[in-house]
Design a protein. Sequence first.
Length: 233
Amino acid sequence: MVFPFLLAIIPAITSAITAITTAVATVGPAIAAYAAKIGPAIIKMAHTAGPVLTRVVEVANVVAPALQVFNKGETVESIGERSLQAAEEGIIPEQFEDFDEYMEKIRNFPLDNNKAEHRKTTIPEASIVAGLGISTLGLENKFELQEGSLDGLWLLPVGADGYFTPERIEGLLNSGQLNSDLLGYLNKTLTASDARNFEKNLSKDMNEDEQDEFYQGIDASAEMLTEINKITE
């Protein structure tokens, strides 16, 4: 059920989802797939839960440089804008055998500041979605994970309890525990058996108190995502 106060902004959200996923799709097949799955939730946050989106971006802006996917000073928005402008010249990740070569290429790509400013006033979330996608692809490459396995990574911090700090997410990545269908778990589309296995894998090295805190944290994220996904339904 959609609350009456949301009815007025649903057309704007729907239009933004189409515009942004279309724009981000130019960055190549992997990022297009990411935008199709994650873009709608990001855009709904932007229109109805700004502080939640801010938290998501802030966490990504800490984790991506800490794990050397981004360089110091690079942000989700800046890398996203570079990837979008480079894509206009046909520069996409799939052109490169090595992900780091792609990153160097877009870092050295001459930016058109007028285009960047125009995007900020028309489809500002495009650079966010693209940047989150690039950081996710980079982490999958770094940890030798299957493409798409970390699609739900930046949705972990949406929980209001703040459990999924940058440090916790870095720890899960470094431990190799985030190697299954995270997005499916958060979207509650896994079977009961697969969901239990997912939880056991992520919490296997925790004591009882830590497990309780973990379950509360990931449940809070899943519940918030459920509420976000309900918008426009």
